[in-house]
Design a protein around this ligand. Sequence first.
Ligand SMILES: CC(C)(COP(=O)(O)OP(=O)(O)OC[C@H]1O[C@@H](n2cnc3c(N)ncnc32)[C@H](O)[C@@H]1OP(=O)(O)O)[C@@H](O)C(=O)NCCC(=O)NCCS
Length: 161
Amino acid sequence: MMRWISDWWTGGTAVVEAASLRDARRLAQLHGESFHRGWGEGEFEAMLTERNTLVHRLKVGRQLVGFAVSRMAADEAEILSIAVAASHRGRGLSRNLLLTHLGHLAGHGVRKMFLEVEENNQPARRLYERAGFSVAGRRERYYQQPGGEHLNALLMRRDLS
Ligand SMILES: CC(C)(COP(=O)(O)OP(=O)(O)OC[C@H]1O[C@@H](n2cnc3c(N)ncnc32)[C@H](O)[C@@H]1OP(=O)(O)O)[C@@H](O)C(=O)NCCC(=O)NCCS
């Protein structure tokens, strides 16, 4: 019964799985809606083809509503981007997306995770902190906004085992 209610509420069962080349256009669309400097379809095609990049998609029913992208180097990896469609935020869907993504990275032999997050991005910081990341550094005036404003970045890290 609870499962039925949650499926009804979210529009279907939430599934996290490897993204495929056919997702490139939708991923670029989602990225463009979530970030000032969007990545194009070609950039996603390249990342989906490269062996050192891992891309997962979040589907709710038949809709692709989120993704996570990381780049691996030896036993380290950096989360390059993670997003959930605005229409599906605030329901805790990003947590499953991130934890599944991290599980696959661990399966590829990754032991140390890094990421950068804008200091005022509270939903992202909560997501990462709840997933076991901690602040390892701060970069002043790291991001430049379209209006010219500069924002600080936090460097976060987490060990995988
Ligand atoms: C970051 C993002 C992926 C989170 O996805 P989501 O599915 O909405 O996340 P959740 O619903 O799990 O919420 C994450 C946490 O943020 C909190 N949160 C949500 N909105 C918030 C807000 N406006 N202010 C403060 N906290 C907020 C939630 O309560 C939750 O914390 P909790 O687990 O302690 O309750 C999503 O907001 C997004 O796509 N943002 C745009 C892209 C982006 O900034 N990506 C990260 C780049 S580093």
